[in-house]
Design a protein around this ligand. Structure first.
Ligand code: NCD
Length: 312
């Protein structure tokens, strides 16, 4: 595999290989010297056309831990704000010899265009495209679930995961549904009808409109941010009503089975989809998700750029 564009590109074996490699690489992170020489002399470009905190820093750290040279390119402050196209930006990166381009773009399909256009020779990694996909987020979520719910025995077969919130605008939800299914987990999506995607019946998951009904039967719940920046209309009457109907507070969290964990891809809107006491509770694993994100992205770059196993 040369690119990672969609969670659907991964077979079960591919996904397990990435998660296993990430687990080995996580051990490197625990050493006092955190670097591996694997990608020495290679150049990774972080091409971010949309805002990001965790994903951008995580890819940068992951590439640096593998000794790659990293160039961070944010559209704001570059010639993109002077009107330069994706094509001309890509040709510039190619002329500078990028071995991998990590791209986040507001347009669904931009990473696919970059990978299939012939503009660049290197690997393309999708770091979130519009409302479409965010495969490395799904991988780090799977890693976190596997780590916590070890009785699943290596993969996630038999686990039941609820994904709650703004499914309509969420690339995280799409990639998670695909990857969790590939790994054998059951997924149930929960949202108000206005935030459920058109055609969701054809997705490989269940759909519910009642969070209280779903929580007692799941091993994990993933809360999603209401992505107001992607909304051009009113999708629910008020923030207060949304958080009362679909937000996770302590009373609701107590409906979860005792072993169940709470995930959130970040950034959180405390008080909206998740209350502060839930976000700060021991069942919430957001900080681990961020740490696991570095290991998973190291694994993806390591495998796509042909790292050698004995160097771990
Ligand atoms: C998500 C994204 O950008 O898709 N965040 C992330 O990458 N950790 C979700 C969001 O913005 O709400």
């Amino acid at each position: 595999m040369r690119h990672l564009l969609s969670a659907a590109d991964l077979t079960r074996d591919d996904a397990v290989l990435i998660l296993d490699t990430a687990a080995e690489l996580a051990a490197v992170t625990d050493r006092s010297v955190k670097k591996l020489p694997t990608l020495r002399g290679r150049t990774v470009v972080n091409l971010f056309f949309e805002d990001s905190t965790r994903t951008r820093i995580s890819f940068e750290l992951a590439a640096k831990r593998l000794s790659a040279d990293v160039i961070n390119f944010a559209a704001k402050g570059s010639s993109v704000s002077k009107g330069e196209s994706l094509k001309d930006t890509a040709l510039t990166l190619e002329a500078m010899g990028a071995d991998a381009v990590v791209i986040r773009h507001g347009a669904s399909g931009a990473p696919h265009r970059l990978a299939t256009s012939g503009w660049i020779q290197g690997s393309v990694i999708n770091a979130g495209d519009g409302t479409h996909e965010h495969p490395t987020q799904a991988l780090l979520d799977a890693f976190t679930l596997r780590d916590h719910l070890k009785e699943a025995g290596g993969d996630l077969a038999g686990l039941r995961v609820a994904i709650v919130g703004d499914i309509l605008h969420s690339r995280v939800a799409r990639s998670n549904v695909l990857l969790l299914r590939t790994l054998g987990a059951e997924v149930v999506l929960v949202a108000p009808p206005t935030l459920m995607p058109f055609g969701v019946e054809s997705w490989p998951c269940e759909v519910s409109y009642d969070i209280d009904d779903v929580l007692p039967g799941v091993d994990a719940v993933m809360m999603l941010r209401v992505q107001a920046e992607r909304m051009k209309a009113a999708y629910f009457p008020s923030a207060l009503e949304y958080s009362r109907m679909f937000g996770l507070d302590v009373a609701r969290m107590s409906r979860l089975p005792e072993h169940a964990i709470v995930l959130h891809p970040g950034p959180m809107n405390r008080g909206m989809e998740i209350s502060a006491d839930v976000a700060d509770s021991p069942r919430a694993v957001m900080v681990e998700q961020v740490a696991n994100g570095v290991s998973v992205r190291m694994a993806v770059m390591y495998l796509l750029l042909g790292g050698r196993q004995e160097e771990i």
